[in-house]
Design a protein around this ligand. Structure first.
Ligand code: FRU
Length: 561
């Protein structure tokens, strides 16, 4: 027995739960948060949480021996007064980490939280650990919920858990404790959430409607679920999303094929049932129907060449006309089909279309249960692949953006624009009209910092290329080929009356470009240079004009006063 003080014990034993010898840390929970030290690249160790002799959680962590890179945390409030044992396998030779595991009233490193050098200031990022797809986007009772693929215990993908944040305006987010944890059916992969207004599940207890999360149980991705396949499960909350209970009868949809995953569920009013679109395998998606979210049967399939993962299915008016609607089937890489859906079968009417032109934009999902008076279809996507060296978190989301179908000369297309709520962050404004642009860049004066909202109307004139230099990165239009380039990605953009309209949202490590009122959008991440080079406009190979330039400094969403 190895006594290490602080009222905790640690030793090496043969665990009742695991067959191999492991070490443990044990303590009565008397504070709401547990901090664990992480060292990037340290050997991964399996930690099992045992509460009252029952396995409560299991995860892998690069446990720091010696100086940690950061502390990760987890809420342990539900175990208050109980003895929590952490079994560590394999047990590190150096047990100094034992003294650094702490119970606390606060998250760790609060004095630097959200002030880190590479922390996005108005794009959501997790306080700690890895994040990928947005999950379960749902509005309920005055709050937007953003769940997300989360590794709470490290900077790399793993331990897939549904992280959780809420917001009253889709802009200012508050991270809550993780919502759904890995279990014996698997880690918790992507999915959606709905509000069960008609109590089809029978889970409504009081005035609050059940929020039901539908997700993939990724069998085989954790020790507990060894040999299980990928299936679909549900968990419900009757307390405004503050706690979720996995359904006892999980999975609600058994394994169909391959790594079938990422259920998106909606209520289909005309046929009075729940509809799920699920990625099956190799460009194929299944459509399933259910009356109670617990029993599902397959109705049909959708085929989308090269389509895979994280589907979405929604109806939108064309040109804002509620009498003329179309359905959209969407997949993770931003390819989509426009067509008709009768509650049973989706019939495509368009060719395969593309909406994603930036380097860092994946797995977009739209909110369900938006207030009926709002009427917008709002999507958030994962800005996949940005890099955040030295940070205790990894990855960020796009800003929420409005999807609409509009007629163009090429046919009906999906337009993507940022939500108007972003304007709440606007501070100091600098507006200039009719600036002649030539070879020498015109620096935009009068605004400072690294967070901007920029609106530009550019008259191409006889210039060959024109654009904006954003802190050393070019957003540039080539007039010969009608190509817009943003951080090395290129897309065709047709000028309108010899002009292009650009809206740019510039954060500390990303820029989102929306061109010609959302006809084209490009979301890209960058690593800021140490030297701050500001914003400047330029035109090469001829003269151009910036007919209007408006730049707003933006405020951080993290209330860092
Ligand atoms: C997409 C994805 C999903 C899966 C999740 C796992 O990025 O691969 O298909 O559910 O990530 O984190």
């Amino acid at each position: 027995m190895l006594g290490v003080g602080l009222g905790l014990t640690c030793c090496v034993v043969g665990s009742a739960i695991a067959a191999t010898p492991v070490g443990f840390w044990e303590r009565v929970v008397d504070k709401p948060y547990m901090h664990l030290p992480v060292r990037n690249g340290a050997p991964k160790r399996l930690i099992r949480w045992i509460v009252d002799d029952t396995l409560a959680r299991e995860f892998e962590i690069e446990l720091a021996e010696g100086e940690p890179d950061f502390w990760t945390y987890t809420e342990v409030k539900t175990y208050m007064g109980k003895t929590l044992r952490l079994e560590v396998d394999p047990f590190p030779k150096d047990d100094t980490w034992v003294n650094t595991v702490t119970l606390s009233n606060r998250w760790p490193e609060m004095d630097t939280l959200y002030r880190e050098r590479l922390r996005p200031q108005f794009h959501f990022s997790p306080s700690r650990g890895w994040m990928n797809d947005p999950n379960g986007l749902v509005y309920y009772d005055g709050e937007y919920h953003l769940f997300f693929q989360h590794n709470p215990y490290g900077r790399q993908w793993g331990n897939m858990t549904w992280g959780h944040a809420v917001s009253e305006d889709m802009i200012h987010w508050r991270q809550l404790p993780d919502a759904i944890h890995p279990d014996k059916l698997g880690t918790i992969f992507s999915g959606s959430a709905v509000v069960d207004h008609r109590n089809t599940t029978g889970w409504q207890k009081d005035r609050h409607k059940p929020i039901v999360a539908i997700y993939t149980s990724a069998g085989g991705s954790n020790v507990q679920s060894r040999d299980q396949p990928f299936t679909q499960s549900i968990a419900y909350s009757t307390d405004r999303g503050r706690s979720f209970t996995p359904y006892q009868g999980n999975p609600v949809l058994g394994h169909i094929e391959a790594s079938n995953r990422d259920p998106k569920v909606l209520w289909h009013e005309p046929t009075g049932k729940w509809v799920m679109i699920l990625y099956l395998d190799r460009s194929r998606f299944g459509l399933f129907g259910s009356l109670d979210l617990k029993n599902w049967s397959q109705m049909s399939e959708v085929w989308m060449p090269d389509g895979h993962e994280c589907p979405d299915l929604f109806e939108l008016p064309v040109d804002g006309d509620p009498k003329n609607t179309r359905w959209v089937v969407w997949e993770a890489a931003g390819r989509y089909l426009i067509g008709d859906f009768d509650g049973q079968t989706f019939t495509p009417e368009s060719e395969l279309l593309e909406s994603r032109f930036g380097a860092n934009d994946y797995a977009g999902q739209t909110f369900s249960n938006m207030p009926s008076e709002d009427g917008r279809r709002i999507q958030i996507a994962w800005m996949s692949g940005g890099i955040y060296p030295g940070m205790p978190f990894n990855q960020q989301m796009t800003v929420p953006r409005v999807l609409s179908l509009r007629s163009t000369r090429d046919g009906v297309r999906l337009f993507i624009e940022p939500v108007k709520e972003i304007e709440r962050l606007r501070g100091l404004e600098n507006r200039m009209d009719d600036l002649t642009l030539g070879e020498s860049p015109r620096k935009i004066q009068g605004v400072q910092g690294d967070l901007f909202d920029i609106e530009l109307e550019l008259e191409i004139g006889d210039s060959e290329r024109l654009g904006l230099d954003v802190r050393g990165h070019r957003i540039e239009f080539l007039s010969g080929t009608n190509e817009l380039t943003a951080l090395d990605r290129v897309v065709t953009l047709k000028p309108e009356d010899g002009r292009i309209l650009l809206r740019l949202l510039v954060d500390r490590t990303s820029v989102e470009v929306f061109a010609n009122r959302g006809r084209v959008q490009m979301a890209s991440c960058f690593l800021p240079a140490d030297e701050e080079s500001g914003l400047s406009l330029y035109a090469l190979g001829g003269a151009a004009k910036a007919t209007s330039v408006t730049v707003w400094e933006l405020r951080s969403i993290w209330n860092l006063e």
